[in-house]
Design a protein around this ligand. Structure first.
Ligand SMILES: COc1cc(-c2[o+]c3cc(O)cc([O-])c3cc2O[C@@H]2O[C@H](CO)[C@H](O)[C@H](O)[C@H]2O)cc(OC)c1O
Ligand SMILES: O=c1ccn([C@@H]2O[C@H](COP(=O)(O)OP(=O)(O)O)[C@@H](O)[C@H]2O)c(=O)[nH]1
Length: 491
């Protein structure tokens, strides 16, 4: 029997990119099975690059092993191929440059791996920072798709950036008119633009623009959003307004792609146990992604703001990375919090000094609001459970996400974050935002209503007859049709 054609996935390391892409790969495979009970017409092969640090390598290996077991248990043909390590760039000026150049250095190994696969290769699906490898797909005469782990607003920005760089003299911050035109969004203030473009002459910005240009070379872009969440932005991109003069890439909004691992055996996590003793919608949850951490000056402001707000809270607090490490460390609460804070807030607040199971927490009825760093996965998880947000963006594209949440989707109440002071938030501002988010006023009520609407939209999108299920089916059909057409042309 001939081997099932395989879709090759190339994720970058980092849970926020790797896990959603694996989940999307599994959903694509299921979508290729022409109806209930039919066997999938596609298989999935994941090429795994070795992450740059031992800590990340251990994390990625654990994710890969779990994903392998889950796929096997579900009877899905998902295979993993670990690529040889490469000499990583030592002189890059930022994470986008580092990641993009590291990916580029893998090209020979990826070419060899693709050529050596026993199954016919149906398509390459590349992480958003892997666009140099579109050329590898072209050499192998295989279609190339980009998997965009963030939202359509960020995609619109990437696509628009090459032209925007030419239109604007000097830095975006000094832009005449004071706002960037990002198709599908209201005028975007310069301080809401992604971190890598805040210094226009640096390689970070050049790489961002490079990827934006290359997205339009791909056969399509698969986006982790739902048509119902970002209709205006998706329409603006599809109408060519972000690519101007070049046709827009085909878009496949397949989200929300969220991975829900099997619940761990044993008693619930400490945070979940604590939440189950709190009244419904009474707790504000604060969590800042895989990279967010606070120094003492900021942590003390947060503590004061929470204390004065009078609301219940669950705060995941991390400390600065240890010497030589990239990820935040577990927080030393004695060093970071004001004296007596823990005692004074005992019973109504919990500070958790290490990572916590965010999805399980957002699923609890006691959680009424989420102060988030606006990582796109965190936003999707919050919407999935209908929790309104207060945005506190820190890095990457998060300032743009925060703008889209407040100005576009209306699912969040605004909070003033001083980007020029390292994203500092004053105690009084946090107190105000928490009161608005959790209180009975008009602004909080609107955000809650909108979040409930988006929750319903998210769940509808991924149901059997939903828009994201249809987009996955369309992607699967497009891949299979191209293979068939190529096969016929070769005969
Ligand atoms: C989308 O815009 C940016 C994303 C990143 C970025 O890069 C990155 C690179 C890696 O090698 C591993 C990662 O885990 C990783 C994560 C990451 O950002 C997060 O990605 C999530 C999914 O897209 C989510 O959107 C979060 O908001 C991001 O924090 C970096 C970057 O600039 C430095 C971006 O502009
Ligand atoms: O204490 C934490 C911090 C983060 N996360 C998870 O890590 C991911 C963070 O991804 P996101 O895109 O929000 O931000 P990033 O970490 O990539 O900046 C999300 O799935 C969160 O649920 C978590 O489970 N516990």
């Amino acid at each position: 029997m001939a081997a099932t054609p395989t879709v090759v996935l190339l994720p970058v390391w980092g849970a926020g990119h790797l896990m959603p892409m694996l989940e999307a790969g599994k959903r694509l495979l299921l979508a290729s099975s022409g109806g209930a009970g039919g066997s999938p017409a596609l298989s999935v092969t994941v090429l795994v690059m070795r992450p740059p640090t031992e800590q990340l390598a251990t994390e990625v290996e654990a994710h890969v092993c779990r994903a392998q077991e889950d796929a096997a248990a579900a009877g899905l043909d998902v295979r993993f191929h670990r690529l040889p390590a490469v000499e990583l760039p030592a002189d890059s000026e930022g994470p986008v440059e580092f990641c993009s150049r590291a990916v580029q250095l893998h090209a020979p190994h990826i070419r060899a791996a693709v050529a050596a696969l026993a199954s016919p290769v149906a398509a390459l699906v590349l992480d958003l920072f892997c666009t140099p490898l579109i050329d590898v797909a072209r050499e192998a005469a295989v279609p190339a798709y980009v998997y965009f782990t963030s939202n359509a607003a960020a995609l619109s920005f990437f696509l628009r950036l090459p032209a925007l760089c030419e239109e604007v003299d000097g830095e975006f911050e000094d832009m005449e008119g004071g706002a960037a035109d990002i198709p599908g969004l209201p005028p975007v203030p310069p301080l809401a633009l992604p971190t890598p473009v805040m210094a226009k002459t640096k390689p970070e910005c050049a790489w961002y623009a490079y990827h934006g240009r290359r997205f339009a070379d791909a056969d399509g872009v698969v986006v982790n959003t739902a048509a119902e969440l970002e209709r205006g932005v998706l329409a603006a991109i599809a109408g060519g307004r972000a690519t101007r003069g070049r046709p827009a890439p085909a878009l496949y909004p397949v989200g929300p792609v969220i991975c829900f691992p099997e619940p761990a055996a044993g008693p619930p996590h400490g945070c979940v146990r604590w939440l189950r003793d709190q009244p419904p919608a009474s707790v504000v949850f604060l969590c800042f992604g895989s990279g967010g951490y606070f120094k003492a000056a900021q942590a003390r402001e947060v503590a004061r703001g929470l204390e004065r707000s009078g609301h219940r809270f669950l705060w995941v607090l991390r400390g600065a990375p240890a010497a030589g490490a990239r990820s935040p460390s577990d927080a030393d609460l004695a060093e970071l919090l004001p004296e007596g804070f823990v005692e004074r807030t005992r019973g109504r607040g919990l500070v958790w000094p290490t990572t916590a199971p965010q999805k399980e927490i957002l699923a609890e009825a006691a959680v009424g609001g989420f102060v988030t760093h606006c990582g796109w996965n965190s936003i999707l998880e919050s919407l999935w459970f209908g929790v309104p947000m207060a945005p506190w963006p820190l890095y990457a594209e998060q300032h743009l996400n925060a703008f889209a949440l407040v100005a576009g989707m209306g699912v969040a109440v605004a909070m003033e974050v001083d980007r020029r002071r390292g994203n500092f938030v004053e105690a009084a501002e946090l107190e105000r935002a928490v009161r608005v988010l959790m209180g009975g006023g008009e602004e909080g009520r609107k955000a809650r209503e909108k979040a409930a609407e988006m929750q319903a939209a998210c769940r509808k999108a991924v149901a059997g007859d939903g828009s994201s299920t249809a987009a996955l089916k369309r992607l699967s059909n497009d891949i299979i049709m191209r293979m068939t057409a190529d096969e016929l042309a070769r005969r």
